[in-house]
Write a protein that binds this ligand. Structure first.
Ligand code: SAH
Length: 272
């Protein structure tokens, strides 16, 4: 039976832009490609546009919705579907590890991981992504609809104007793929900005196991504090020009020209 959303007035404060374009919904589902036995989590199911196509794959699906007014409609549509569980909660405070059932995996043995999906409210997207990356051991991958500009920053390459703290810290923790763009008319109501789908896949083994993340974060924050200033200037409290040169980094360059690897090398050099 076709999924019939209930009447609901979209709420701005919950960032509600409901997907209404079946071809976009199909494309997202095809990118996620949920399989029977997998454990998916949808954040902000809304009126169930994505939920309906995800649950039909036979996966286990937990959904986390903040707007209480949407709960009865979601229950009416999906509560009888095997594997479906609704959580009336704020995804920013939600304990995702509580969804992993059974005995904890033995050290070194990977238990079942979560695949997270969501057409996210734009105001919570960055804090939510970093919350999930902090739990990356339990996350297999994440597919999110975000503001195009945020996806461009997440997936940015060194040397581009989009390369900065967000992309560096995300790419340090996961593989980032900008999958495709979604125009405003795919939603009701239409957002003012373009959107895009991004796939984030946490590294199973960090390419930089010895790097200190807090130190990297501090370095990157300082390096980009004034985008137009040189590294020598922005980093003078952290590392001096001679040390930068010894690492093969030009002190008169700007932060946006450095590759992730170079940020890691600098971090490792200042790590004491
Ligand atoms: N997935 C649906 C709805 C997207 S709109 C679709 O594609 O049509 C964003 C959804 O996230 C809304 O249902 C909104 O109520 C919900 N939401 C907003 N903030 C949230 C939060 N902090 N935690 C969980 N859900 C939230």
């Amino acid at each position: 039976m076709k999924h019939q959303p209930q009447q609901h007035r979209p709420r701005k404060r919950f960032g509600q832009n409901f997907l209404q374009d079946a071809s976009v919904i199909d494309r997202i589902t095809a990118s996620v490609y949920p399989k029977p036995g997998e454990h998916l989590v949808e954040i902000g199911p809304g009126q169930g546009a994505l939920t309906a196509s995800l649950i039909d794959s036979g996966c286990t699906l937990d959904v986390v919705e903040l707007d209480r007014d949407l709960i009865p409609g979601l229950l009416a549509s999906f509560s009888l579907k095997p594997g479906f569980t609704l959580h009336s909660a704020d995804a920013l405070n939600f304990d995702f590890s509580s969804l992993i059932s059974g005995t904890p995996a033995e050290p070194g043995v990977q238990g079942q991981q979560l695949r997270v999906v969501g057409n996210l409210p734009y105001n919570i997207s960055t804090p939510l992504i970093f919350k999930l990356l902090d739990n990356s051991a339990i996350i297999q991958d994440m597919h999110f609809m975000l503001q195009l500009e945020v996806v461009e920053r997440l997936a940015a390459s060194p040397g581009s104007k989009n390369w900065g703290r967000l992309g560096i810290m995300a790419q340090y923790q996961c593989q980032v793929e900008h999958l495709f763009d979604v125009p405003p008319h795919a939603f009701n109501p239409q957002p003012k900005v373009q959107s895009a789908i991004v796939r984030l896949t946490p590294w199973t083994h960090s390419p930089w196991p010895n790097c200190s993340e807090p130190l990297l974060r501090k370095l990157v924050k300082a390096a980009f504090a004034h985008r137009r200033k040189t590294l020598r200037n922005n980093l003078k409290e952290i590392i001096d020009s001679t040390q930068l040169e010894a690492l093969g980094v030009d002190p008169s360059a700007r932060a946006e020209t450095l590759e992730l690897n170079q940020f890691i090398e600098i971090t490792n050099a200042i790590h004491v």
